[in-house]
Design a binder for this molecule. Structure first.
Ligand SMILES: [Zn+2]
Ligand SMILES: [Zn+2]
Length: 300
């Protein structure tokens, strides 16, 4: 097997896949939110207001992309489930329209996933810990390809942003879900600029970014940078900005961690596959605990 994340596209594009504005319960209007991310060095932003399709054509700039988006949710009586859907050019006519679920109680959260998929969106399951979902509550859900492993807004609000263990549980069951770090920002401070994806693709266009997201051609981060994530034969390697530790997380098998000497930093590590792993992914953790997560490489 041979794969190198840097070779699947020409450039890295930094983006936030989950945000709210005054169209729903956010505090900044869409134009201010877009400017905020653009000024901070982000290349794209998905505006995903609750139950309202956002296309925001007027906010596009040459070097800054708005991804069409929406966040749908279930009636809390049935159990809270939130999913973001990212749309394409076909969403232009939906801008501003409300998203409503009918007969949601019939088959629970699957109904929500199916309804969002019916809009031709790329769907992402959001913040399961904040929603107080146990893994068993979502294990049977089908039809989404992105999974929030770090939601900065939830972490900021009440320490419920991390869902990496849920992700590994899905992966161990053979589910090919790509892990995302997002802001879920409702303002321009605190819950903002703390979780992002770095997408590797040729162009900063909706089609190019969505295609890369569908294929897992990105990594997620709350701080460190990943320069390369590659596999050749049985050797997996990661290169990153200076960090304290690089972890190779593997199931089955036990993976391996590499740590810098006290006061030092490391920028690369190599893991030799033992043979029983069904997938391997890497995490680079800096001295403040901020993390960059690669997507898994599958061997089964
Ligand atoms: Zn939500
Ligand atoms: Zn949200």
């Amino acid at each position: 097997m041979e794969f190198a994340l840097s070779s699947v596209g020409k450039q890295w594009w930094k983006g936030n896949l989950h945000s709210h504005t005054t169209v729903s319960d956010g505090r900044a209007d869409p134009a201010a939110m877009a400017e905020h991310y653009r000024n901070a060095g982000w290349d794209f932003l998905a505006i995903t207001d609750h139950r309202r399709f956002g296309y925001h054509e007027d906010l596009h700039k040459d070097n800054f992309l708005i991804l069409p988006g929406i966040e749908g949710d279930m009636d809390p009586e049935v159990g809270t489930h939130h999913l973001v859907a990212l749309g394409d050019a076909s969403w232009k006519d939906k801008h501003g329209q409300a998203f409503t679920l009918s007969a949601a109680k019939a088959n629970g959260a699957q109904h929500l996933v199916d309804a969002l998929n019916a809009e031709q969106g790329l769907t992402m399951y959001c913040h399961p810990v904040w929603s107080r979902r146990e893994f068993a509550d979502i294990e049977e859900l089908q039809g989404f390809s992105l999974f929030e492993i770090y939601n900065h807004g939830c972490e900021h609000e009440n320490r419920t942003g991390l869902a990496v263990l849920y992700w590994d549980s899905f992966l161990r069951r053979g589910r090919r879900l790509w892990g995302t770090a997002v802001d879920d920002s409702h303002s321009m401070e605190g819950d903002s600029l703390g979780g992002w994806v770095m997408v590797r693709s040729d162009h900063l266009t909706t089609a190019s970014i969505l295609a890369a997201l569908r294929q897992g051609h990105f990594y997620s981060s709350s701080g460190p940078e990943i320069l390369e994530w590659a596999v050749k034969d049985d050797e997996l390697s990661v290169q990153c900005s200076p960090v304290r530790s690089i972890h190779f997380v593997a199931y089955e098998g036990r993976g391996r961690s590499f740590h810098a000497e006290p006061g030092q930093r490391i920028t690369e590590a190599v893991y030799r596959r033992r043979g029983s792993e069904t997938f391997v992914r890497a995490e680079c953790v800096d001295s403040k605990g901020r993390t960059a997560w690669t997507n898994p490489i599958f061997f089964a």
